[in-house]
Design a binder for this molecule. Sequence first.
Ligand code: FE
Length: 281
Amino acid sequence: MTPSSLKTARQVERIINGIESTDGDGVQLTRVIGSHELPMLDPFLLFDAFESNEAQDYIGGFPSHPHRGFETVTYLLAGRMRHKDSEGREGVIESGGVQWMTAGRGLIHSEMPEQEDGLLSGFQLWVNLPASDKMTAPAYQEFPADKVTLEQHDNGTEIRIIAGQTNAGSIGPVINNYVNPLYIDVSLPAGQVFEQIVPDADNVFVYVIEGELLVGEQSMSIKKHQLAVMHKGNVIQLRAYKNTRFMLASARPLNEPVARGGPFVMNTREEVLQAFKDFDR
Ligand code: FE
């Protein structure tokens, strides 16, 4: 074995349970990254999980609001959301679909459920932009379920790749050269092992949607609706204790100062105040 092929499996550093929160116009969600429990995991600024059969939990949606300085990623497991923005762009994200929006210098948009009943479930992830690109032009990368790369293994494992590349070489449709993220949705049958190489320097989290994962020799457990912040290392090795579905995100930290104010994430307080002025908030 040559040194370059040595593997250091990442262990669990912290388990985060998330905080029940309300955002937008009364939408019930669990804030897993972005609350006092875990304010950020550079470059991930926020990770919200929402899942409800009750219209009252989501029907208010997220009426018009601005963003500046980062990217918002909406991935739906079930249901439909309509988005509209101040530049006249509009579309519907459906179950299994993803919208990766580079807010850049900013836009005003709304995100509203396109349904009056039934299950709405999914995630919103905020990914920071480097200082040099915070004022870039807004851009969208939007893909329906059948354009999200699907990798299937003989052991029953299914990997839906939104961004990045798997060990087997499957590549997701979203391109991001700012932090080179990997963002995947993995279904792993009970007893099976999942392995993914990640850059040593990346920050990595695993969020269990359903089931339970075991990590490392001590068999640390990541249970349903828990997020595990992973230690440093160059490979993720996870074993499914039961049939398990999870999200895995990995990206290069920016290591830049972060100044936050509501929907704006900049490098300095002055830049945040300027954003409030520009959007007249
Ligand atoms: Fe938004």
